[in-house]
Design a protein around this ligand. Structure first.
Ligand SMILES: NC(=O)c1ccc[n+]([C@@H]2O[C@H](COP(=O)([O-])OP(=O)(O)OC[C@H]3O[C@@H](n4cnc5c(N)ncnc54)[C@H](O)[C@@H]3O)[C@@H](O)[C@H]2O)c1
Length: 437
């Protein structure tokens, strides 16, 4: 009789395994499409009935994922469900659920824990469970391992446990799921082998590491590296500005050094579901070991101060035009957290809008990717995107360029806005009505 290990490896290699993806969001959906594309049967599980219904109807709910791709998957065996009992049908269960921070900026593991609790009764011999959500080192061992084994299964023998961080970069045309190398750590060597077999058919390069903890830490290092370097360049921006130096010119010049320098550009603050949040997963865990993560805290402090810095520049600019922010009409350009996407999670633009409004100005926004301001957990504006034209631009006392989408007509903005507060270095040449922020 073949062992559960050999049996599962065979099913994965032969593409006979059923892939179950739990959490069909920015991470889970592209992964589903990839496995479907290469001929695996994929079952999607999500608690959101509306998402499940839309997927089964062949519709996408993420701007950069075309509905045609979802419809093709639905037409070739993909099915979404809210029924966790169907986990038993899957040979591989990949978890892509959110890992946010709670209001005390501590890891909120409730999505991961609730998901594992919901699938626990339906786990069976011969399955692999892979966690992809970004999290602190130790999560797979501390939270998943005991739950997976609760009903008598033995990890490494008849069920397998891996951690493999996701490296999706939404809106980046240069990389797709297949071409982004994937790090995989297993709870045991047998688990790692299964993890490699799970991802090898879908991803060009799988990078095995020695443990789930090492894989968890790898993801955090990548995101902390970004947060810290963005914090550094944001601090440099403030210093350079005070000295009358253009930081963008400096970064571009430094980037000509062919070794030992990686360019990072300043902006209005950090946004998105990852970079402002993930580093604090390590901060929290490090405390258990009596350690402080000073770089993370410091860069968080610098980056979080950026929206206020931008609004300070807006007030200075208005002041130079003999105006106060109070009573002014201000248009924020770009409310997604980065260019060319529609994702507004943690977007600094929203904080900028709130600051502007709290100071008594009338705030509007324009974003070709976000036609109507969405309902967000903590913020709400009953606004829809202002169409940019010579007349509409001239009707505002100032515009704040927060996110530099390619779809903006920057020349039109330059010609017709009375005052531009540019936080992205879009306008390199000095002009009396352009303030660098
Ligand atoms: N978005 C990115 O670019 C990105 C990149 C790398 C890593 N990550 C990480 O991947 C994870 C998922 O992020 P995302 O951006 O895909 O989130 P998302 O919010 O887009 O998607 C999560 C999905 O999980 C579903 N869900 C929530 N609780 C569930 C439960 N108990 N059972 C089943 N489904 C449930 C939600 O309905 C949603 O559809 C996070 O840990 C994130 O940090 C995200």
């Amino acid at each position: 009789m073949t062992s559960p290990h050999a049996n599962l490896l065979h099913k994965l290699n032969a593409k006979e395994a059923v892939i179950g993806i739990v959490g069909l969001g920015y991470v889970g959906l592209p992964l589903m499409l990839r496995y479907n594309d290469i001929g695996f049967r994929v079952l999607g599980i999500d608690i959101d009935q509306d998402k499940v219904d839309r997927l089964n109807a062949g519709q996408s709910y993420i701007e950069h994922i075309p509905s045609a791709k979802v419809a093709r998957a639905t037409g070739s065996g993909f099915e979404a469900t809210t029924d966790f009992r169907r986990v038993a049908e899957a040979d591989a269960i990949i978890l892509c659920v959110p890992t946010p921070l709670n209001k005390y900026r501590e890891p909120d593991m409730s999505f991961v824990v609730n998901t594992v609790d919901a699938l626990k009764p339906h786990l069976r011999e011969g399955q692999v469970v892979s966690l992809e959500s970004t999290t602190y080192p130790g999560t797979t061992e501390e939270e998943l391992l005991p739950r997976v084994q609760e009903n008598g299964l033995v990890v490494g023998e008849n069920v397998f446990l891996v951690y493999s961080p996701e490296r999706e970069d939404p809106g980046n045309p240069d990389f797709e799921t297949r071409t982004i190398p994937k790090v995989v750590g297993g709870h045991t060597p047998a688990c790692r082998q299964v993890g490699e077999a799970l991802y090898a058919p879908a991803i060009d390069r799988v990078v095995p590491v020695s443990s789930t903890k090492a894989a968890e830490m790898t993801k955090l290092l990548e995101n902390i590296h970004r947060a810290v370097n963005i914090g550094l360049v944001n601090e440099m921006k403030v210093v350079a500005d005070r000295m009358g130096i253009d930081i963008f010119e400096v970064v571009d010049a430094a980037a000509t050094k062919p070794f030992g320098f990686t360019p990072y550009y300043p902006g209005p603050g950090l946004g998105g579901h990852c970079i402002p949040i993930d580093p604090f997963y390590l901060t929290w865990k490090a405390r258990e070991y009596g350690l402080h993560t000073r770089f993370i805290e410091l860069s968080g402090e610098v980056n979080r101060a950026m929206p206020e810095y931008v609004v300070g520049k807006l007030m200075d600019g208005l002041n130079d035009h003999g105006k106060a922010l109070k009573g002014s009409r201000v248009l924020v350009l770009g409310i997604a957290y980065k260019k060319n996407v529609d994702d507004m999670r943690e977007s600094p633009s929203v904080e900028i809008m709130e600051l502007i409004e709290s100071k008594g100005a009338e705030v509007s926004y324009s974003d070709p990717h976000v036609p109507v301001f969405p309902k967000m957990r903590e913020h709400h504006f009953a606004l829809s995107s202002v169409e940019l034209s010579a007349e509409s631009l001239a009707g505002f006392d100032a515009v704040v360029l927060a996110t530099d989408h390619d779809r903006f007509d920057f020349e039109l903005i330059k010609q017709h806005a009375k005052l531009i507060v540019d936080s992205r270095g879009t306008y390199r040449e000095a002009a009396p009505h352009i303030v660098k922020a």
